[in-house]
Design a protein around this ligand. Structure first.
Ligand SMILES: Cc1ncc(COP(=O)(O)O)c(C=O)c1O
Length: 386
């Protein structure tokens, strides 16, 4: 079998030529400038959110949400942030670093997101302590957005989303990042690529101003002129006026230029990923576990999950992948509570679905360069084992 990578470069020779021209033009800035603005405007329109803030990566996008939660939502009583038991470490670590108490909720096999029955059972008793529910759209699967909206209202607790693996997924035909303040990552390994990169999406003007200042050392000078007055401090020069404790999470015009070139292919990527996953799903034996389909959710998958609870099968398939040059990864963190960095925040045995995913699951790449034939050959092999 020909090599099957986790992901491949999307970039053509023409893209490389366009990038070279961009480099060579002495009038172009390389640091954050017009290309960043253009990429943000394109993403705002595509996502259907009110505002997009392009930052250095998905992890710093999550860090901005953690900072915002600390500055604008948390109170001495509300210091808990709720996370799923399976997500990427930097969905969680920025909040813990800022002193929040993490509460992990197991995920559901229906959509690989936080189990909302377990979430509600916890909130019924503890909602007064909760600053934020931070949901992850794992592997590109769309969570139950309508129920999350309802939970937000019923318990008066903010919901935000980590959609770093779910750029193109929708709920009722609207991009999932348009519903809540959300993040995504445009790292090379993800669906849309800008080498490194990330976004915060928000529908709230005050949040947009907060995130824009926070990514740029806490200064207000990159806000539009008409929005700057309320942040002025007559004691200091506007050019170096630090309104709050920010950081440097800016991205560059070079990365934005790369992202804009890739942006042009979003529709193609979406269709290809949907088509290839469909082939995988429709042909795979029911002995393998796949998340459920719901008619209001369009799941543009990040990868192909292989999960079977037959003992020893995972190791057997992984050995086949190794021999056949098929790159593999654990399903993101596996059970997060098994990780050394998080072991003090709970007992991993209390998260049975995360355990199942951890012990029996792994994933392989899904990207537009994978062929139907590759998928069918692999699926045929998988089906022959059960
Ligand atoms: C769910 C999730 N959140 C956050 C991140 C971090 O994104 P980045 O690699 O751009 O920092 C990732 C990265 O893989 C991720 O999968």
């Amino acid at each position: 079998m020909s090599e099957w990578k986790l992901n491949d470069s999307n970039f053509t020779w023409l893209d490389r030529l366009k990038l070279s021209t961009f480099f060579l033009n002495p009038h172009h800035m390389w640091t954050m400038s017009t290309q960043v603005k253009k990429f943000e405007a394109l993403m705002t329109e595509y996502i259907g959110s009110q505002h997009s803030i392009f930052v250095s990566n998905g992890s710093t996008a999550n860090t901005l949400l953690a900072m915002y939660t600390q500055d604008c939502i948390a109170t001495p009583e509300k210091k808990t942030v709720i996370f799923p038991s399976v997500t990427w470490i930097t969905s969680v670590s920025p909040f813990i670093r800022l002193g929040f108490t993490p509460k992990f909720i197991d995920i559901s096999l229906d959509d690989f997101a936080m189990d909302l029955d377990l979430l509600e059972a916890y909130l019924a008793e503890h909602h007064h302590e909760v600053a934020l529910i931070f949901v992850t759209a794992l592997l590109g699967r769309t969570p139950n957005i309508a129920r999350l909206k309802n939970i937000e209202e019923k318990y008066n607790v903010r919901v935000m989303m980590d959609n770093c693996e779910a750029h193109f997924s929708t709920y009722n035909d609207k991009n999932i990042s348009s519903y809540f303040t959300s993040t995504t990552s445009t790292y090379f390994g993800h669906l849309l690529q800008s080498v490194e990169g990330g976004f915060v999406f928000t529908n709230d003007k005050a949040e947009q101003e907060y995130f824009t200042m926070s990514r740029n050392h806490g200064m207000f000078r990159t806000l539009p002129a008409e929005e700057q007055n309320k942040y002025r401090n007559p004691l200091v020069d506007d050019r170096f006026s630090f309104y709050h404790l920010g950081n440097n999470f800016r991205n560059t015009d070079l990365h934005a230029k790369v992202g804009i070139l890739d942006f042009a292919r979003i529709n193609f990527y979406t269709q290809q990923r949907l088509k290839l996953y469909e082939i995988f799903k429709d042909n795979l034996s029911e002995h393998y576990i796949l998340p459920k389909e719901f008619k209001e959710r369009k799941n543009v998958m990040f990868c192909l999950p292989i999960i079977s609870t037959v003992d020893g099968l995972k190791e057997h398939i992984m050995a086949y992948c190794q021999r056949n040059h098929i790159e593999m990864r654990p399903i993101i963190s596996g059970n997060l509570l098994r990780q050394t960095a998080l072991k003090d925040f709970g007992d991993y045995k209390d998260y049975p679905i995360a355990e199942l995913i951890h012990q029996y699951g792994f994933y392989i790449g899904l990207h537009p360069q994978i062929t139907k034939k590759q998928i069918l050959t692999f699926v045929q092999y998988l089906n022959s084992l059960v």
